[in-house]
Design a protein around this ligand. Structure first.
Ligand code: SF4
Length: 516
């Protein structure tokens, strides 16, 4: 029975996790061309480009958050879907063991990690029958940072900076712009949005995510939606959010809109936000053997063109070297916009560690320490651990804990992505600490900044959530919140909010069909 099916699915997972598809690469090349050299956005994009190449050549995960594996499978009549589901699950477990997927499936009540990405609801596998005599398997790996930026609107509604969004395509346009603005850098911009107009709350989100299986450069066959997509692509980059929310000319690399019928009483607009690490591939399989007949989204006969032809991240000479543990005077001398190269010891800590530290003493001395919001992919080789992917996770999730941890334990730097809120900003000021924004998704780049792993605490939380002790060298990041009460995130949110307001005041109802 389909002797090559398991190997084909495993190959699909590995390729999806490690090699960004050509349409996304092209969009990211466009972003690089649009940002002037020496800007924060250009530096971040250089790190991203280097990371994409490192992941492809070393077959490592592009981002450490390999997300929720979502399979869309089309099968001919008479196919044994129960058997196929089992083989897909086995392939997911094998890819996790190989370190190509991070163990990401946790019990929602206890937080316990299953360790193999299998559990109730994970992975997601949708089957559909079709008339063709072949099997098609498509896979989307979408991480938590961007998944948390998904949003659903019920129209009519009032939107900040944009005013009322009616039950028209003009109202839909406002919702999409709001979703992009709302994500700022938290979803690792520049991102792409899949949108569904209509449906119910459940089918709307599903259809929005399905739009992400379209290529970024296709044209919507519905002229009304094609125009809406073009309008969004032509205006959203005026928001100035830029790569990682650092400011810049490119905030969006794709907008794909679908439509479903709705109940007369409902009008939902569902938006699925995906990050620059837009991992989606597919295969067409022989219906009798399960072997790969053709790849979708990529052509293996065309060699992969590297994103960069020389050095990626180019130092300007203005970078500030920091050696952890850090002292207060050094940290207070830093200001928003400084680029730092961090060396010494870092401790990882994300959701479980932060919750733990609220009730227990830390397992290590955190005075002067650098706390890295990161859930790495780690591999055990003999008695030692190797970190194979280690980009930052979204920091705002730790906002309820961070201020107290800074004050209580003397942490001097927090490294993450997307910025934090007002409580943390106040605590940075009070205790003399900084927030350093690393480049989200650059998991391979940052893994190569780690000289070695010299310990681990709180392993009971599972590998992504444990506290890893990392010795790093020249780890680049940007000061985006300093010890003087300044926050680049706050500034850019206000500035882009003004630009959003201006976009809201423009009336596109004449150019995009407007129907109740
Ligand atoms: S690139 Fe950013 S948002 Fe995307 S999966 Fe990685 S950490 Fe999450």
């Amino acid at each position: 029975m389909l002797p090559a099916f398991y190997e084909s699915v495993l190959g699909l997972i590995v390729k999806t996790s490690t090699d960004l598809p050509p349409d996304v690469r092209a969009a990211m090349r466009g972003a690089m061309a649009a940002e002037p050299a020496g800007t924060r956005a250009a530096q971040a994009l250089a790190i991203i480009a280097q990371n994409i190449d490192q992941a492809a050549t070393g077959e490592g995960a592009i981002c450490q958050d390999t997300g929720m594996p979502t399979f869309e499978v089309h099968v001919p009549r008479g196919t044994d879907q129960i058997w196929m589901r089992q083989k897909i699950r086995e392939a997911v477990a094998a890819a996790t063991k190989l370190g190509k997927l991070r163990p990401n499936s946790v019990d929602s009540i206890t937080g316990e990690n299953t360790g193999d990405n299998l559990g109730p609801g994970t992975p997601i596998i949708h089957f559909d029958q079709w008339e063709k005599d072949e099997i098609e398997v498509k896979l989307l790996l979408k991480g938590g940072g961007c998944e948390n930026m998904n949003i659903q609107y019920s129209l009519p509604t009032e939107l900040p900076n944009l005013g009322r969004a009616d039950r028209t395509l003009e109202g839909v346009r406002k919702c999409i712009l709001h979703a992009i603005w709302n994500a700022q850098g938290k979803g690792c911009a520049p991102g792409a949005v899949g949108v569904c107009v209509g449906g119910d709350r459940t089918s709307g989100y599903l259809h929005a995510k399905e739009q992400l299986f379209r290529t970024l450069d296709d044209v919507n066959p519905d002229p009304r939606l094609a125009e809406l997509e073009a309008t969004i692509m032509g205006t959203a980059n005026n928001l100035g959010i830029g790569t990682m929310g650092f400011g810049g000319n490119v905030s969006l690399i794709g907008c794909k809109v679908g439509v479903l019928n709705r109940l007369p009483a409902s009008f939902f607009v569902s938006v699925a936000y995906d990050c620059w690490a837009f991992r989606r591939l597919g295969v067409q399989l022989d219906a009798r053997l399960g072997s790969i007949k053709q790849w979708l989204y990529r052509d293996p006969s065309n060699p992969m063109i590297p994103m960069i032809d020389q050095e990626g991240f180019v130092r300007t000479g203005r970078e500030i070297r920091l050696e952890a543990p850090l002292d207060e005077a050094t940290v207070r001398s830093l200001k928003v916009g400084d680029v730092v190269l961090l060396s010494g010891r870092m401790f990882t800590g994300r959701d479980a560690v932060h919750a733990h530290l609220m009730k227990h003493e830390p397992p290590v001395d955190l005075r002067g320490a650098v706390l890295y919001h990161c859930g790495p992919v780690v591999k055990k080789e003999g008695d030692s651990w190797t970190v194979t992917a280690a980009g930052p996770t979204t920091s705002i999730r730790e906002e309820p804990y961070q201020a107290e941890i800074l004050r209580r334990y003397g942490v001097r730097a927090v490294v993450g992505k997307g910025g934090m809120g007002t409580q943390t900003l106040q605590a940075l000021k009070d205790s003399g600490a900084v927030y350093l924004n690393a480049v989200g998704g650059a998991a391979q780049f940052y893994a190569r900044c780690i000289e070695r792993t010299d310990g681990v605490s709180l392993m009971e939380f599972g590998t992504p959530e444990a506290m890893w002790h990392l010795l790093v060298r020249d780890f680049p990041a940007i000061v985006t919140m300093d010890a003087h009460g300044n926050s680049l995130h706050k500034e850019l949110e206000a500035e882009s909010g003004e630009k959003l307001k201006a976009l809201g005041q423009q009336d596109f109802s004449g150019s995009i069909a407007s129907r109740s």
